[in-house]
Design a protein. Structure first.
Length: 555
């Protein structure tokens, strides 16, 4: 089981570090508002943390101070910027009433960098979670005014929002105190050792039954964990600055293995494969440029735990002891590589969890962004190492260590439908594609009806020129949900764009706007609108509260 999990996250990290598609424009037009056009070359973005000898952010560096190498070969830096953690004013005018959007960067008080603290209930023992929660409370009690923190929880079935982004420590502490997830902790996934009865056939049956139960819970944990990473990454993707995910967990079901990626794999004798789930999560993390900071919820493990220096378990009485049944013995190694390959840091074997969170947040104060176009021209899934050096000595540099050159976003119908369904069920809006929806109530006519006017950011729609026409594809889903979050009714639509030059130029001037009339299902209280740009894979979703059902009166 551990061997296959190792392959699973080798795949995850590979896809996670894949290059971003290049954004270029029609060479005949120089207007910066033109839609994005995808071509064969791709831009790889590398976010770099630079600290001086005192551990403080190094500022004032220019492009000329950096040397960027891929597989040991120098690469021309095509894009360079320095991002500082600061509060930004809302861009543009506020949205009018009854208008909803996933443009979170337009909200007043937004910051260039954000941090999500993810409390992992499904991979953590209850006793460890209590300790970790107390450490988070201590950190929040000392929250600084410039910090922008959200508290999420990974519980059975989904990500739960404890509190969205804020600098208000009292609000975070109040909601954290209310958070209860005792039924979701990893104790439910441990079947323990199988007792020997002395009856060979019965013992064999018990071992097989125990293994099937372990496989079931392991499969569940892997699916829920990859889904959580995808949901959070899709939500943070639109923010321009550094995005930190501080993952507080007692066990990381994603272990690190070789750099070569398998094409298919399974986690159980039933041959359950997870290619699509892992690929989606990995692409989301890559698109969001999100740094992962694994934090071991167990704190100081002591002499009977794994040796952090060698990342190997110590033999006790002639055998290897796993202090955390069900977790891989290579967990510390997994944490290290997961952090390094996404540009974060790993924190383990320490009682100072609150200090680890503070260090992770402080990493966001200054970030340098370097972009380049790889010259290899082969997008065959192979791993390419990235190394960033400073031409002057004395500073420390940290960044993601490479990427896997995966192909374009999947376009097969099954995967496309899966992607929009995941966005529809997510507790968070996806933001890689900007969407604005205005809602107008229509005359009841015995039923609830609404008119939706849907606008998509024209600069984020992929249109390619083919035979003197401009073509593109959008997938749309309108999902109505109950107060409990259950899907009641959904309508899927594919919009094929095949524009003449005149229509293309009109789209540039006026943008893309769609109108849709919907009959609302009885009991529906929320509408989720999902839009996905098929060529690029960019996805956006907007949550809309629905008007109350008309009163039936008294009889």
């Amino acid at each position: 089981m551990n061997r296959t999990l190792k392959r699973l996250v080798a795949l995850f990290l590979g896809l996670c570090l894949a290059a971003h598609p290049c954004s270029s424009q029609n060479p005949r037009k120089q207007d910066s508002d033109l839609p994005v056009l995808r071509v064969s070359t791709r831009l790889v973005q590398v976010k770099v943390i630079v600290q001086d000898r005192k551990g403080q952010p190094a500022t004032g560096l220019t492009q000329d101070d950096f040397l960027l190498l891929e597989d040991g070969k120098p690469q021309p830096i095509a894009m360079f910027s320095m991002e500082e953690d600061r509060t930004t004013a809302a861009a543009g005018t506020p949205f009018p009433p009854d208008t909803y959007s996933n443009r979170i960067e337009r909200r007043a008080g937004a910051r260039n960098s954000v941090t999500v603290i993810l409390l992992d209930a499904i991979n953590t023992r209850f006793a460890d979670s209590v300790y970790a929660k107390n450490q988070v409370v201590k950190f929040l009690s000392q929250l600084q005014s410039q910090d922008r923190v959200a508290l999420y929880a990974l519980v059975a079935g989904s990500v739960r929002i404890i509190h969205d982004f804020t600098s208000d420590a009292s609000g975070l502490l109040r909601m954290l105190d209310r958070f209860k997830a005792t039924g979701d902790f990893i104790d439910r996934t441990q079947t323990g050792a199988v007792p020997e009865t002395g009856i060979a056939d019965l013992d064999e049956w018990l071992r097989e039954a125990s293994q099937r139960m372990d496989n079931f819970y392991t499969n569940s944990r892997v699916l829920e964990t990859t889904s959580a990473l995808e949901v959070i990454a899709n939500h943070l993707a639109r923010l321009p600055g550094r995005k930190n995910l501080i993952w507080v967990s007692g066990s990381f079901p994603l272990t690190i293995g070789e750099d070569a990626l398998p094409t298919r794999y399974s986690l159980s004798p039933e041959r359950r494969t997870y290619w699509r789930e892992v690929e989606r999560a990995a692409r989301a993390v890559s698109d969001a440029n999100m740094a992962i900071y694994p934090v071991d919820a167990r704190g100081l493990i002591g002499a009977f735990g794994p040796n952090p220096g060698s990342f190997n378990p110590r033999p006790i009485l002639g055998r290897q002891i796993n202090p955390f049944p069900g977790a891989p013995l290579s967990a510390f190694d997994s944490m290290q590589v997961l952090a390094q390959r996404t540009g974060g840091r790993a924190f383990y074997n320490s009682n100072d969890i609150q200090g680890a969170i503070r260090e992770a947040i402080d990493d966001s104060r200054v970030t340098y962004v370097l972009g380049y176009y790889p010259s290899h021209g082969k997008w065959d899934g192979k791993f390419h190492q990235i190394k960033v050096k400073l031409k002057t000595k004395g500073n420390k540099v940290r960044h993601r260590t490479g990427y896997f050159a995966h192909e374009d976003a999947p376009k097969d119908e099954t995967t496309r439908k899966d992607l929009v369904l995941v966005a529809a069920r997510s507790p968070l809006d996806a933001t890689t594609l900007g969407v604005v929806v205005r809602v107008e109530q229509l005359p009841a006519d015995g039923k609830r009806r609404v008119k939706l006017i849907l606008a998509v950011d024209r600069r984020e729609i992929t249109l390619n020129e083919q035979d003197r026409r401009w073509v593109g594809t959008l997938d749309l889903l309108f999902s109505q949900r109950s107060p409990e979050g259950l899907g009641l009714f959904g309508e899927h639509q594919t919009l094929q764009m095949n524009l003449t030059q005149e229509s293309y130029e009109q789209l540039i001037r006026e943008g893309i706007t769609l109108t849709r009339h919907l009959h609302l299902t009885p009991g529906a209280t929320q509408l989720r609108v999902v839009v996905r740009d098929v060529p690029s894979g960019a996805i956006g979703s907007v949550s809309i509260p629905l008007p109350a059902e008309p009163s039936q009166g008294t009889r």
